[in-house]
Design a protein around this ligand. Structure first.
Ligand code: HEC
Ligand code: HEC
Length: 218
């Protein structure tokens, strides 16, 4: 699959180069950057996030997950990789430098299967609601996997540390909202809206949970 994509990107790059002249291919997918990123990924990340970034429940989340990539902005990915998440298993990689982190992001993006809608998701309005009601939902439904205070794996579950600043300070309310609504396919994070969800939460209930989560990192 990846090989095909790469070959296609190279072919496209070649065709564009022939058509426009080498100077104009900058907009074509940069196969060299992706290859560099793949190498860096294998050296620095695959020990936790696994080969092909598929993740490992309770150890490191999937970075190839389609829903995740579709709502993650480059800014979120770059800064999370640079700073890591303090108090979790995700170390900072600022020593790699910006160009290398950019290459890793290009490699992660080469797994992208859904159209990217990070800009639209990040532009959603902030959540408004009642943190006390949000806490009730959180304690009843989310804490099993994410830990009572959003501590993540440290609490023994399979969910990440969504109550910690390393996550909360880097995401928009739209990112959190969309993840709760739609979940992440083929992970234990199922969506919480519609009949297939673990629970069918209303938009207001989801916003109550977001307001509660935000209160944890203050
Ligand atoms: C020692 C293990 C380890 C290594 C090495 C590691 N990570 Fe992580 N990473 C984690 C853990 C654990 C988390 C989840 C932290 C939490 O609970 O919030 C994470 C989270 C992330 C996230 C956020 C994902 C999400 O679902 O929001 C990104 C992006 C990420 N890592 C990228 C990378 C990249 C790129 C590398 C290599 C440069 C890397 N990580 C190396 C353990 C690791
Ligand atoms: C059955 C376990 C489970 C339950 C219950 C659960 N989650 Fe998750 N959640 C996960 C897992 C697992 C992930 C990360 C997916 C991965 O590992 O690739 C996740 C990811 C997330 C993320 C993205 C975090 C990040 O690091 O990018 C948010 C936000 C989130 N969950 C919110 C919630 C909320 C709010 C609830 C309760 C309404 C909830 N989850 C209930 C397992 C769960």
């Amino acid at each position: 699959m990846l090989k095909h994509k790469k070959a296609a990107a190279q072919l496209l790059g070649g065709v564009l180069a022939a058509f426009f002249g080498a100077g104009q291919v900058a907009a074509a997918p940069d196969a060299a950057l992706v290859a560099k990123g793949e190498k860096l990924y294998n050296q620095n990340c695959s020990v936790c996030h696994q080969p092909d970034a598929i993740g490992k429940p309770g150890f490191a989340p999937s970075l190839a997950n389609p829903e995740f990539l579709s709502i993650a902005s480059d800014k979120f990915l770059m800064s999370t990789i640079r700073d890591g998440r303090v108090g979790t298993g995700m170390p900072p990689f600022s020593h790699l430098g910006r160009q290398s982190i950019k290459a890793i992001v290009a490699y992660l993006r080469s797994h992208e299967k859904l159209p990217n809608r990070a800009a639209e998701v990040d532009a959603q309005p902030d959540a408004h609601g009642d943190p006390r009601l949000g806490k009730q939902w959180y304690d009843n439904i989310c804490s099993t996997c994410h830990g009572m205070a959003g501590d993540g794996y440290a609490a023994g579950g399979t969910g990440t540390a969504i109550g910690k600043p390393g996550f909360l300070h880097k995401v928009s309310d739209g990112f959190i909202r969309t993840t709760i609504k739609e979940g992440r396919s083929n992970t234990r994070m199922r969506g919480f809206q519609g009949a297939d969800g673990l629970a069918n939460l209303s938009d207001q209930e989801i916003d109550d949970i977001i307001v509660y989560l935000r209160s944890l990192s203050k």
